[in-house]
Every structure is written in structure tokens, then in C-alpha cells.
Design a protein. Structure first.
Length: 408
């Protein structure tokens, strides 16, 4: 019995073991370790963008005031399209204190052929444009330069012929032409006085462009010379001295003056009366220059002519980009060069004026904007076609920082 119980107990244990071995042991569930907390991405420190520095603005300046500080007038040439237009007129009145009529006072515009034939003498008749501009100048307290009396160009050829008729082909004699010259010059000054305009004028170009660069007198197309001879200039100044009001200085005016220095020195010494007194008061330097010209050479001429004891005036200044027959396009570089040229030119003039070595009372630029310049392909003036102030403007105003020097 005891044996049977033992066997049964062993069988039960064996069955329990078999049951335990049939079940796959389950590994204890492991809780995964949590991922490490990511450190926050640092926000980069923003470096403030530099505030762009605005270019300094030039001060407001009026050119006429700059020159007035040195006892000088600052002028331009004038047409009725300018004086009759509000925008042009305002610009000119702001910056200029003197005007020269671009064309309206030249012989072509003030000599009347029909009336000359009728009167058998030259007849001067002021045209409506001239009168309108003189009235404008008078109303605006603007000084005037007269331009011009005796010139080979823009002079009607009929004045040199018998009966004022060029078709005859017969030039008048020396004696007749001298009488016509005297009558013509007398009438101009007399009519200015009678009309109440003479007080506006401070200078008048009596003779214009009579000399060549080689030192010879201009002969081609110059009937004043062909009929009267090489003393026609002397007679022109003699008559002008006789009839011009005392407030009007009498000038000889020419271009390429830096190449005619010795010629001008020698010839003006002949313009004296019987007592040796000058018939001429001054020399007009047209100053049609280029940015590639030598200012050293130009001032050598100015210094030599200033020793003659006469007034000097800059009468038709413009400074073309480049050189003669080789214009350069207007861009930042060429306009800066032009600005520096104007600065150095004006500086040299004002320094000589202030030092008392140069007797100069006016500087005139030949035009206002590039778009209306007679040399517009050279962009030669102080304002661009849109009335914008160029570096040249600031050069003339002697504001060096705005005249192209900082771009070098």
C-alpha cells in the first residue's frame, strides 16, 4: 500500500514538471529608459544691421551770392524762351545777377534793311525779343552785358554794299563804310539811352573774334576788314568811346584766348587815343573750355593779360566733357572730373580777384542747362537737362565735398 502511494505521488510530481516545462517563461517587461531631454536650440544673438549712413546733403547755395562775396556778378545768356517761362525765370533769378542776350542784340537782329534803303543810312531798330528781355531785366534788377556790335559773323552782308543791295556785287568804299559804322554804333547807344535801358548795362562787346590763333587778323568772310582795313577795330572802339555812356565798359571779346595771348597783349596796346589813353576798357575771355584742357596754361594767359591794366571778364564759359571734337558721355566719373575742373577754375579766379592781381568784375556761363547748350553733346554746363545740379554746379559754388573730389 505504501508502495502504491509512493508511485502515485511520483507520477503527480512528474506531471506537474511536464506542465511547468511546457509554458514559455515570460521575461519581465523592461520599461524603456526615456530619451534624454533635448537641450533647446539656442537662438542666435541677432547682430543689428548697420544703419546706412545717408550721404551728407549739400547746403542750399545761390551762385550769385557766392560771387557777390567777391565783388563779382555771375551771369548767363538769355532768350525770351527763358525769361518768359516761370521755371526758367525762377532758376535764373535765384542764381544769376547778369544776363547776356544770346542772339537778340547781334547785328543780324537789330539792323533794318528796308528802313536803311529808305533813309540811305544804316537804321538800327530794336526787335521785340530784345525789348522784352530788357524789360524783364529792368523789372528784376538784372545787370546786362551787351553782345555784340562789330563781328564778321551774324552780320547782314547787305550793309557792306552799294544801296544796301548785295546783288549789285559792289562793296562800298572805306569812307562810306566808316560813316556807316559810326552811325550804327551811335544809334545803338543813343537808342538805349532814349529807351531808358542804358543804366542796365555795365559792359558791351564792341568787337568780337577778330584774331586768328596764328596771330593774323581774321580776313575771310570779314568785310569790315576787307573794306576798311586792319584799323577797323581802332575805329570801332573810337566811335564806341565817343557815344557810349560812361557806365558801360567797352570790351574786345574772343575765344581760344589761351592760344592768342601774345596777339591780344600786342593789339590792345594800339587801341589808344592821340594822348595815349586806352579806348578799350577790358578783354572778354569766352572760355569755351574742355575738361582735358590745361588750367595751368589758362591761368598763365590770365596772369599775362591782367598786367595790361585792363578789366578782364569771363564772358561765355562752358566746360565740355573730353576735348575738342572728342566729347565724352556724361557719367559719374566724367561729371566728377568736370566738377573738379569748375572748382579749380573758379577758385583760381577768386583767389586772384581777392589778392588784387586780377581786375575782374563778372563771370558769365554760356547757358543754364546741358539740354539747351549750343554744345550739348559735351554736357558743358552747371545744370543737367532736368534742372538737376551737377558736380559742376558745386564746383562753381566752391563746395569742394560735392564737386567730384570725394569720388577720386
Amino acid at each position: 500500500m505504501k508502495r502504491v502511494l509512493t508511485i502515485c505521488l511520483a507520477a503527480c510530481l512528474f506531471a506537474c514538471c511536464l506542465a511547468g516545462c511546457g509554458k514559455k517563461a515570460t521575461a519581465p517587461e523592461v520599461t524603456p529608459t526615456q530619451a534624454a531631454t533635448e537641450a533647446p536650440t539656442p537662438t542666435p544673438t541677432e547682430v543689428p544691421s548697420p544703419t546706412p549712413t545717408e550721404a551728407p546733403k549739400p547746403p542750399e547755395v545761390f551762385l550769385k551770392d557766392v560771387f557777390a562775396e567777391h565783388g563779382m556778378k555771375f551771369g548767363t545768356c538769355l532768350t525770351t524762351q527763358m525769361s518768359g517761362n516761370a521755371n526758367w525765370s525762377e532758376l535764373i533769378l535765384n542764381h544769376f545777377s547778369s544776363v547776356t542776350m544770346e542772339n537778340a542784340m547781334k547785328p543780324d537782329y537789330i539792323l533794318n534793311r528796308d528802313k536803311s534803303i529808305e533813309k540811305k543810312d544804316l537804321v538800327v531798330e530794336f526787335n521785340s525779343d530784345m525789348i522784352a528781355m530788357l524789360d524783364w531785366a529792368k523789372a528784376n534788377n538784372m545787370a546786362v552785358r551787351g553782345h555784340t556790335l562789330v563781328w564778321y559773323s551774324q552780320t547782314p552782308q547787305w550793309i557792306f554794299y552799294d544801296n544796301f543791295d548785295q546783288k549789285t556785287g559792289k562793296l562800298v568804299t572805306r569812307e562810306v563804310m566808316l560813316k556807316r559804322m559810326e552811325s550804327y554804333i551811335k544809334q545803338v547807344f543813343t537808342k538805349l539811352q532814349e529807351a531808358g535801358y542804358a543804366d542796365l548795362f555795365y559792359a558791351y562787346d564792341v568787337v568780337n573774334e577778330a584774331w586768328m590763333e596764328d596771330g593774323t587778323m581774321r580776313k575771310d568772310y570779314n568785310n569790315w576788314y576787307q573794306i576798311i582795313g586792319d584799323d577797323y577795330i581802332w575805329y570801332a572802339f573810337n566811335y564806341a568811346k565817343k557815344y557810349a555812356p560812361s557806365n558801360i565798359a567797352l570790351f574786345y571779346n574772343d575765344y581760344n584766348e589761351q592760344f592768342k595771348t601774345a596777339t591780344l597783349e600786342n593789339f590792345v596796346k594800339t587801341l589808344v587815343d592821340k594822348d595815349g589813353n586806352y579806348l578799350i576798357d577790358g578783354i572778354g575771355l569766352q572760355a569755351h573750355l574742355y575738361t582735358e584742357d590745361s588750367l595751368t596754361e589758362y591761368f598763365n594767359m590770365v596772369d599775362r593779360l591782367s598786367k595790361l591794366g585792363l578789366k578782364i571778364e569771363i564772358t561765355e564759359l562752358d566746360v565740355g566733357l573730353g576735348r575738342w571734337q572728342h566729347p565724352l558721355k556724361a557719367n559719374d566719373d566724367t561729371l566728377a572730373t568736370q566738377g573738379r575742373f569748375f572748382y579749380n577754375l573758379v577758385e583760381g579766379i577768386l583767389q586772384r580777384k581777392d589778392a588784387g592781381t586780377l581786375n575782374i568784375d563778372s563771370l558769365t556761363v554760356w547757358g543754364v542747362t546741358d539740354g539747351r547748350s549750343w554744345r550739348k553733346e559735351y554736357s558743358p554746363l552747371l545744370f543737367d537737362a532736368s534742372f538737376g545740379k551737377k558736380p559742376a554746379f558745386y564746383g562753381a559754388a566752391q563746395l569742394k565735398d560735392f564737386a567730384g573730389f570725394l569720388s577720386k
